[in-house]
Design a protein around this ligand. Sequence first.
Ligand code: NAP
Ligand code: ZN
Ligand code: ZN
Length: 349
Amino acid sequence: MTSTVAAIVARTPDGPLEAGTVERREVGPRDVRIDIVWAGICHSDIHTVRGDWGAQTYPLAVGHEIAGVVAEVGAEVDRFEVGQRVGVGCMVGSCRECANCRAGREQYCDKGFTDTYGARDADGTVTQGGYTSAIVVDEHFVLSLPDALPFEKVAPLLCAGITTYSPLRRWGAGPGTRVAVVGMGGLGHMAVKLAVAMGAEVTVLSQTSSKRADALAFGAVAHHATSDPAVFDELARSFDLIINTVSAPLDVDAYLGLLDFAGTMANVGAPPEPAAMSVFTLFTNQRSFSGSTIGGIAETQQMLEFCAEHGIVPEVEVIRADQVNDAWERVLKSDVRYRFVIDTATLKG
Ligand code: NAP
Ligand code: ZN
Ligand code: ZN
């Protein structure tokens, strides 16, 4: 039997989010039912509801940064037990058979992974995300939350954390590498903390100087406001890796010019518009332009352990369910320090 759970839902692309409900499937043999306690707000939630990346089916509950407690497990589940603290990120399914899935890269599943919200699930229903009081997920896509990580702060690691950890590892951030992080919002502030913990020398490139003190407190060695065009001359050929977390189109050539020999600009920001760049900027210094999306399940667990070991936690502002529309407005204005997390006990069902 399905169950009805409290939710915050979007009923249209442009309207406000409202209190509502969603249906959860019965717990299958390999499923875990999780009572959600904390739900992070990612900019992708806003892109999705607004239709930036394509049409959606409404009503839709978004949210893919989920921290909660196991409420029930299926008969064949052996990795989790009732009462355990667990997390769910951006994926709730994948084919599990293709080469990428078998290599632990479920996010690059040949058949496309199943997004935590807004995707067609195996049973034909549309997946509903974390702005809800409970979720039922195949155990393969459930993460164990290390005790060392504070429960109310851990949820943003499930998207913002892994999405920046994965390209930092892929491109070898560490001692002796110079990393620039463009845009210091939810993803960007995690990129700074993670790259610093990996031993890299980190610079933040922000629109204004308003986040300078925070960037330095997170361990960056420098912060520059890109509103001053002189920055692009001053920092030419200064970085080995640029992690671009910006949610809007950028002047890609200007940022590529900041890369030293064989440097890479790794994009995780996801504006819907195509990126334009000159191949000649890539030719110079043999630069690369690359993309990355979230991370595999094993890699996400590894990232959680890394954060526990290094004492890395997101900066969060806890909000009530009735503050979610204001929170979205603030995300759109780059006025979030640095992730909103919904206390789902305040949902009304
Ligand atoms: P966010 O909290 O809104 O942060 C984005 C930051 O970019 C802002 O805080 C701001 O930082 C900067 N920015 C915003 N508008 C800008 C503009 N017009 N020009 C220059 N800089 C601007 O968003 P988020 O949750 O971190 O997500 C960032 C992007 O990553 C979104 O597009 C999201 O959909 C995408 N994303 C991708 C993946 C993936 O798998 N690849 C996963 C999660 C999210 P400053 O104030 O420092 O300038
Ligand atoms: Zn996200
Ligand atoms: Zn697959």
